[in-house]
Design a protein around this ligand. Structure first.
Ligand SMILES: Cc1ncc(COP(=O)(O)O)c(C=O)c1O
Length: 322
């Protein structure tokens, strides 16, 4: 991907459309897709990486640092480069590394480290402190930026649809994206822009995710999983998580909005991603397609709440070859 200057960057707003073919095929009432895969590096992470890179520059940092499954790393290294800054990205060595070449292409320093993603977040926090790097990890002193960036997804949905839908489905890993979207709907409600807050639907991988696990256990408090029992795979890397860093906030959002959470298998994610491509002609990353799977389960149960927006957080090809 060619680096464009800040002036040439496209606006943040991502496509929103009615998924009429999926509606017909699955006999659903009103299904909409908010497609985050259309952003420059292909995931919702661009919304926050751009803000972090601008902030890092304004504060006088020369390097941004983080741990990542790959998507956030590619996005941060791209936007760091736009600002003329460096980036250091740690990716677990056991991960597929599908986006590693891209991270390096944007000038990022890639560290392939043993350990789980969560361990690498701690490692990068310490390394960043020692080296005076700007910390882009979720849960850092800078992560209020994440929520501000993701609130825009809610504001855009309201303006693109003209009102608040009954449901909004979002894939969760750390829960940061869902927390930001919920915060956006709450702000819009408080400002009188919408007359209700949508019920949130969280989707994740049956390889293990602390948010979905806690909701299924009916726990109000986030419960970590046993790291040894996680099943990581190429398809579920963005979502698998024994300790979701913004998990408590995301879980609160699900309970407060009277929402739902569900697991999806790798096979179903991959199948759903092909289904979306066949019917709606957008290439969605399998992990992000999990949102449609869980949304459909909920919509079938709650037929009196006909309108659902599915946030597809990432695009599929060319960097996935499922
Ligand atoms: C494409 C994609 N979708 C969803 C997520 C999950 O987002 P969050 O960690 O904010 O819950 C990620 C996280 O890496 C991702 O890369």
């Amino acid at each position: 991907m060619e680096i464009v200057s800040e002036e040439e960057e496209p606006p943040d707003t991502t496509p929103f459309f009615r998924a009429s073919n999926i509606e017909k095929s699955l006999k659903l009432k009103k299904l909409y897709i908010k497609f985050e895969g259309a952003s420059i590096t292909g995931t919702q992470k661009d919304r926050i990486s751009r803000l972090h890179a601008r902030r890092a520059k304004a504060l006088g940092y020369d390097t941004l640092s983080l741990a990542s499954c790959g998507n956030y790393g590619a996005s941060v290294s791209y936007y760091a480069r736009v600002q003329g800054l460096g980036s250091v990205v740690a990716v677990p060595s056991g991960y597929s590394g599908e986006r590693n070449a891209e991270i390096e292409q944007y000038g990022g320093t890639l560290l392939r480290e043993d350990g789980k993603y969560e361990n690498l977040v701690d490692m990068m926090r310490d390394l960043g402190n020692d080296n005076c790097w700007y910390d882009c990890n979720p849960g850092s002193q800078n992560s209020f930026i994440d929520f501000l960036g993701y609130e825009n997804i809610a504001f855009e949905i309201i303006s693109q649809l003209g009102h608040a839908p009954n449901f909004v489905a979002v894939p969760v890993g750390n829960g940061t994206t869902m927390t930001g979207i919920y915060s956006g709907f709450k702000k819009a409600y408080r400002m009188g822009q919408i007359d209700h807050i949508p019920r949130l639907i969280a989707s994740s991988t049956d390889g293990g995710n602390a948010i979905v696990h806690s909701w299924k256990m009916k726990s109000r408090k986030i419960v970590d999983l046993d790291p040894l029992r996680l099943k990581e795979s190429r398809a579920n890397e963005p979502l698998v998580s024994y300790h979701s860093i913004d998990g408590q906030k995301a879980l609160n959002a699900i309970y407060e909005s009277r929402g739902f959470a569900g697991y999806v298998s790798d096979e179903e994610m991959i199948r759903t991603s092909s289904f979306i491509e066949r019917l709606e002609k957008v290439q969605a990353l399998p992990a992000s397609s999990s949102a449609l799977s869980v949304a459909v389960r909920v919509m079938r149960k709650f037929v009196d709440y006909p309108e659902c927006v599915v946030v597809l957080t990432g695009r599929g090809k060319p960097w996935t070859t499922q």
